[in-house]
Design a protein around this ligand. Sequence first.
Ligand code: C2O
Ligand code: CU
Length: 497
Amino acid sequence: MTPVRDAFRPPADAWSRRDFMRNGMGSFALLCTLGTPGSIGGRKLQTSAGRRARAQSPFAPFQRDLPIMPELSPVLTENGVDVYDVDIREGLGEVLPGMQTPIYGYDGIYPGPTIRARKGRAAIVRARNGLTFDSNIHLHGGYVPAKSDGHPMDVIAPGGTFDYAYPNDQDAAPLWYHDHAHGRTAKTLYYGLVGCYVLGDDREDALGLPRDEYDVPIVLADHAFNRDGSFRYAENVDFGFFGDTILANGAVAPRMRVDRRLYRLRFVNASNARIYDLRLGNGRPMVQVASDGGLLERALRRTSVTLHPGERVELLVDFRDYRPGSEIVLHNAGGEQTTRAVMRFDVARGGGSEEARIPRGRMRTLERLPSPTTSRRWDLGLSTTSGVQWQLAARGFDPSRVDVQTRLGTTELWQWRNPSNRSHPMHLHGMLFRVIERSTGVVPAAERGWKDTVGVAPDETVSVQPWFVPYAGRYVFHCHNLEHGDKAMMLQLEVVS
Ligand code: C2O
Ligand code: CU
């Protein structure tokens, strides 16, 4: 099997799923060479060969069950601190049915194992870098001291280990973790270095939201493939990478058998550049309870949910509203022909007694922020003076330079002004912000909670108010379009006490 690093070479043998869509029967011959002939019965093919061949394409949606990522158990608990071991290494994933895709993975799987942590109970993630190049772990959305933040220059050399100390001293939130070694994140996240970090707390428990098997983290990312089943990547610094296939938890637009119960679906957009517009196929509403930084003040009915790279959303879907046997597709409404299907929910039997509920009243009261001490404007733009480089305020990332100093405990008004013709999902490490204003209209209720990433559309200015708590230290803020961030749309913030 080709080592993953070879997959970084330009594609010699690009394999587009369009081959299947265009060729009909032609794709059948191709399939037979892929080691899945047993799954294609000759007799069945005689009846509706073209349709059958399409249905058997490894890219056909709804063929596989949604993979549920394993939960990591602590290897030990020392003085109330849970210690987890994570191996950063190469692995093989069955992304396309019957094929092996080389990946980089936390513990060798894509997505990595889910870590479930608890507010008030610290954790240590002991990472070992088993790759042949530098790597690290950034806890995206986490209140984390600078030395454990996974700053892009703070990397673990091959063979090395590092203990990331996570205080878990923040409200329940759908965090995620990923590689952040500078200049390489577009590739390393694409090849698999992402995982969910689900932080829970008592307030959230009191709401009676769905738990256990009814609480499902789902990592979305778009990919493309070579003929041997390996991921295909081609760098595009202007747009960022766009694939032609949507993966949910590492499977092509999978199906999920659901009971007639209430489900809590926690979506992470781990795509390099793709923005999703999630909608249930039948136009029914979903109920959003949380965004990046945790619970909203009130649950919110939504029929369309936009998710920029790096953003998370928690949606409740009540499958009691559907008959057994119903198949409900979750669409990406803005997608191209092959990137519209995200996954499908297949409603099974009745669910027995339901303890979970959709919160009716106030779920939380958002903290009042101090008044901003100053305001700053960051222009988002592309520079071509020395190669193609994305910039913030006419500057590309320079690790030796601190671009802005702020005082611990204060807030400022930051304007992301986007005269460029691309969207930019702007992300700040180590703290959270509130979205104050959008030049294009009112800030939607879904964005009024705590956020760490916000999409800024072309010709738009988005004002946010970061709260510089809880730690002093040096952090980065950057565009989460991964190609933009790598080249080099990232600056440094130093919070001083
Ligand atoms: Cu999810 Cu600095 O990134
Ligand atoms: Cu960008």
